[in-house]
Design a protein around this ligand. Structure first.
Ligand code: DON
Length: 327
């Protein structure tokens, strides 16, 4: 068996034995019904090989991880003009916090907190009617993963709508500042359906490939974003991808990552691998407890942290992985 598969299997076994598993999100009924016993992991390497373990083939609610892909689409639509409506600084606040919006005049700190993702949804609406925008988003995800079976879970989307009072408050408040430009029901409709995307770890890691490969989908050879934009999205994932837990995630894992309240994390080792983990129990910051631990152990065993020293002539692609090298 190859070395990376041994590592992935070991981590899945360790996570299966974990006693402390975090707390499953309960503010949306469908999320509350998921067992904390799950753990899945998938790694897609730059050579195209895929290593999976545990519940890697079981679909879960992708939730805020979709904010990475929504941002990618919106940047494709309006380019850097997006940054006049959304900042690029860590918030240091909870994902659904409203406190900074008043002093910062309705401009969210970054595109990965709820307020920022709602503005991104509003930007997508400028091009499409709500139904088309949702269909376009789903098409984008299917194309990135190379998998037409991916769907949006309408029950989860309805649950988001029925419980999304804080999101409605954020959208309404930003509309007062002119930073949400469409009726809030329409903008939130995009946001809620985007969050309700269902994918498994394998599909999610495949969808993240363009970020490990300088913006290019390695399977089709097509450019999704420019290399510069891919680097910048990764920078935002590192600094803002785990809300007020972003510093802790960078400290423990040392890779760009984006979490979702469904318990998933997409993490990218640039030039090496796209990694998806899923375990529904969350820590006190709303990020997957075992997902973070699994990534921490993966990086300890592979040396994939972006802060790992590399010799100037070998570059990241010549990095040592456990006992062997990735080329
Ligand atoms: O906005 C919400 O409430 C969710 N549907 C998405 C939040 C989310 O995933 C936050 N992440 N940890």
């Amino acid at each position: 068996m190859d070395h990376l598969q041994i590592i992935v299997d070991e981590i899945a076994e360790e996570m299966a034995l974990a006693v402390e598993r975090g707390k499953v999100a309960d503010y949306i009924p469908n999320l509350a019904a998921v067992s904390p016993a799950h753990f899945g992991m998938a790694i897609v390497s730059v050579d195209g090989s895929v290593h999976v373990a545990g519940d890697a083939e079981q679909a879960f609610s992708v939730q805020s991880i979709t904010k990475v892909f929504g941002l990618t689409m919106a940047l494709g639509a309006v380019g850097d003009a997006l940054w006049s409506r959304v900042g690029r600084e860590p918030s240091g606040s909870a994902f659904n916090s409203i406190v900074q919006l008043e002093t910062e005049k309705g401009i969210p700190r970054n595109p990965f907190i709820n307020a920022g993702a709602i503005v991104v949804s509003d930007i997508l609406l400028a091009r499409y009617e709500p139904r088309e925008a949702i269909a376009e988003f789903l098409r984008f995800m299917r194309a990135l993963a190379g998998d037409d079976t991916i769907v949006i879970d309408d029950h989860v989307a309805r649950g988001e709508e029925q419980t999304g009072f804080r999101n409605a408050a954020l959208a309404s408040y930003m509309r007062a500042f002119g930073n949400v430009r469409h009726p809030i029901e329409k903008t939130l409709g995009i946001y809620f359906h985007q969050c309700a995307l269902a994918m498994n770890c394998r599909q999610l890691a495949l969808a993240g490939r363009f970020l490990m490969c300088g913006g290019r989908n390695p399977e089709t050879g097509r450019s999704v974003v420019s290399p510069q934009r891919a680097r910048r999205i990764l920078a935002l994932m590192l600094t803002c991808g785990h809300y007020d837990g972003s510093g802790e995630f960078a400290y423990r894992v040392g890779l760009p990552g984006k979490s979702g309240v469904g318990g998933g994390i997409l993490s990218i080792a640039p030039g090496i691998a796209s990694i998806a983990v899923w375990s529904p129990g969350l820590n006190e910051r709303g990020n997957s407890h075992l997902g973070t631990l699994a990534l921490e152990r993966l990086v300890q065993r592979t040396g994939w942290s972006v802060f790992e020293p590399v010799s100037p002539d070998s570059g990241r692609a010549g990095r040592k992985i456990g006992s062997h090298f990735v080329d």
